[in-house]
Design a protein around this ligand. Structure first.
Ligand code: HEC
Length: 173
């Protein structure tokens, strides 16, 4: 779009100045503007290749971070459930706090992607994990168990909307 406009402007500019130029200067000015266009095109190609590489690397990295978070989350959630059954206050508090921290990062990730529903699920999970930590710290394991169910529901809600199963495993959708 802009490139096209530039070419047009350049052409009309040299048209206007043509009559005042000797044939020799006209020739060299045409050649230099051709070189200029070539140079510009090279810069454009270079810039788009760099932009493509940059965006690719960025997404690849975030996606693998994301997978690491989910693996941590799954392990912590398992230990948390076991801790509730065993009434192991210390373990439940520790795992719940870890979940709370991780879901905060998960929420930031979705915020950057502009996926409001996913931000909501992450927030729900973060809040529920915080509640479980508090319940357990107060020694109220029944309440911890109830809040852990809310936490579990947020996993399913987000997976339904944003997790896709592929032959190679899960991926973000
Ligand atoms: C805000 C959205 C969201 C929430 C909340 C969420 N997940 Fe996920 N989860 C995803 C997405 C998206 C994927 C697919 C991406 C991936 O696997 O890398 C995923 C993948 C996973 C995976 C597969 C990881 C792999 O090997 O690829 C597990 C296990 C998992 N989640 C467990 C959980 C558990 C347990 C909870 C709740 C305690 C939870 N998730 C909450 C979005 C979420």
């Amino acid at each position: 779009m802009t490139k096209g406009k530039d070419k047009l402007r350049r052409r009309s500019h040299s048209d206007r100045s043509n009559p005042t130029l000797s044939s020799e200067t006209k020739h060299s000015s045409n050649r230099s503007s051709a070189l200029e266009v070539l140079y510009m095109n090279r810069i454009c190609v270079f810039a788009s290749v760099m932009a493509g590489l940059g965006a690719g690397a960025l997404f690849a990295q975030s996606d693998s971070d994301y997978q690491t978070w989910m693996k941590t989350v799954a392990a912590s959630n398992g230990s948390l459930q076991k801790g509730i059954v065993a009434k192991d206050k210390g373990a439940v508090v520790a795992e719940a706090q870890k979940l709370q921290d991780t879901f905060k990062q998960v929420g930031d990730f979705w915020q950057k992607r502009g996926a409001t529903d996913a931000v909501g699920f992450a927030k729900q999970a973060e809040t529920a994990a915080g509640a479980v930590a508090k319940d357990a710290a107060n020694g109220d394991m029944d309440q911890a168990s109830a809040d852990a169910k809310t936490l579990g529901a947020s996993c399913g809600g987000c997976h339904m909307a944003h997790r896709e199963k592929t032959d190679a495993g899960f991926k973000i959708k």
